[in-house]
Design a protein around this ligand. Structure first.
Ligand code: ZN
Ligand code: ZN
Length: 279
């Protein structure tokens, strides 16, 4: 079995990740319009009809905007925490009977074993996810104010991680956001900065007992307070000065904002093009 992953969108304007095995496909978050998510899936030859679940991290629009539409159009159940359901119900619109599912701490969904864990963020009951197919582990860690020990443990042994690098502290400080919003972003329930992620990643690499060359995608970059080159360089300099080599000890990229990414085979870290052509 091979786990495949594509980032359909990542950033403060919308987030969605597609994960699949030969038998099971899921979305984590659906934070663009249903139409745009369909377009992006089709652009990399993924089929929305294959999706058997939408997992939602929290109720902010950049994570749930298209979830209701896709659920209704393709009869896909949505999985969210009880708190997220309460906060998101109005935004999602009417969800079909039986399609509203409350997540557990861990559960089996087709080929996937899914673990959810709380994250410090200013939403009702936000969570991150680790998804395993028994061979490889994928983890999502975005919309995070700071890295608590318990959270770190969930992110330790991953083969592929979407790790937040939301803002550059100087760009945020000098930027046009109102003071209150700046404080929110910097705060303990806000977002991880490039520097915080640069500090965290070498530790994660040192303590990773599962993968000798994990795929790391810098994610949820702010359009206003960050630049992909800046996020990449800040993190790259940090892992390199800790003695790690890009391409040998890790694959490091920025997750794309405006188009779907290539489809990765997480186990081999290979890029798969036109994955459904042979199906
Ligand atoms: Zn959020
Ligand atoms: Zn977000």
């Amino acid at each position: 079995m091979a786990m495949k992953m594509a980032v359909l969108a990542s950033g403060s304007s919308g987030n969605s990740i597609y994960l699949s095995t030969d038998n099971t496909a899921i979305l984590i978050d659906a934070g663009l319009s249903g139409k745009e998510l369909e377009r992006r899936m089709k652009s990399v030859k993924l089929n929305p009809e294959d999706i058997s679940a939408i997992l939602v991290t929290h109720e902010h629009g950049d994570h749930i905007k298209g979830a209701g539409v896709l659920s209704r159009r393709y009869n896909i159940p949505i999985y969210a925490s009880a708190g997220t359901w309460k906060a998101a119900r109005k935004k999602l619109g009417k969800i079909g009977k039986g399609y509203e599912r409350t997540i557990e701490e861990s559960w089996q969904l087709g080929d996937f074993e899914i673990t959810s864990f709380p994250i410090p963020h200013d939403a009702a009951e936000p969570v991150g996810f680790v998804v395993s197919d028994g061979d490889v582990n994928f983890g999502l860690a975005t919309d995070i104010g700071y890295i608590a020990d318990e959270l770190y443990d969930h992110l330790k042994d991953l083969d592929c991680i979407l790790l937040e690098a939301n803002h550059d502290i100087d760009l945020l400080r000098e930027g046009s956001y109102p003071g209150m919003l700046k404080r929110r972003i910097r705060g303990n329930e806000g977002h991880l900065s490039n520097d915080e992620t640069a500090e965290l990643l070498p530790e994660l690499l040192k303590t990773n007992e599962k993968s000798s060359c994990p795929v790391v995608l810098l994610s949820h970059l702010s359009a206003e307070n960050n630049r992909p080159e800046l996020a990449y360089l800040t993190v790259k300099n940090s892992v390199c000065s800790a003695g790690f080599q890009i391409g040998k000890d890790l694959i490091l990229k920025c997750a794309p904002r405006d188009e779907a990414s290539e489809i990765y085979n997480i186990e081999t870290a290979e890029i798969i093009k036109g994955v459904t052509d042979s199906a």
